[in-house]
Write a protein that binds this ligand. Sequence first.
Ligand SMILES: [Fe+2]
Length: 246
Amino acid sequence: MRFAAIADIHGNDFALEAVLADIATQGITDIVNLGDCFSGPLEAGKVADRLLPLAIPTVRGNHDRYLIEQRPEDMHLSDAAAYAQLGGAHLDWLRALPVDLIYRNEVYLCHATPADDNLYWLDMATADGSVVLRPQAEIEALVGNIDAPLILCGHTHIPRMVSLSGGRLIVNPGSVGCPGYEDDNPYPHKVETGHAMASYAVLEKTSAGWTAQFRNVRYDNMAMSALAKANSRPEWAAALATGRVS
Ligand SMILES: [Fe+2]
């Protein structure tokens, strides 16, 4: 079995287009999507029109949830910018998304962690503003009773793979559309991949077990950076241009 996992598109239509083309070039037709599809100062409407017809298994991200739970006037800038571009059919699609799902009877999918769509799983922010690999015992504790041999999560935008007890593997494919951001929960910190390419992963089941190939795709990131700048989001513009927030 071989398939692609995409996550955290965040309204970046050019990045999604490039990733889908790269997936097709490899002859891969099966894709799963780990959520946070639209939020950001970019092309939420175009992403929705490209993504929904693909009908790929998708779990709901925290930002997908904000778009259907919050009043527009209460939304964060990135959610409000996306909401303004989405139609009723797009929002209905978001409302129908599950928070997690089992793909092909053996792959568990969620956005962040099984119990919390807004908690880093493989990484953690520290009091000094660093983002580091979470201790193994904490990662294992967050698995709960999930015994799937392959577990996929997104949310942090940091590509990472961690081996679990019992031979299980947990993989974050990184972000298709947002290579860096700032957050203040639980401590002020920056997530920065250090490059501006669109990231995703190819998962393959071999005779020895599951493995992941992390892929990074060039696309017209400067066009998306210019759009973010035009939409008065300089931190997005910087991240899209360089993979660093500043
Ligand atoms: Fe997220």
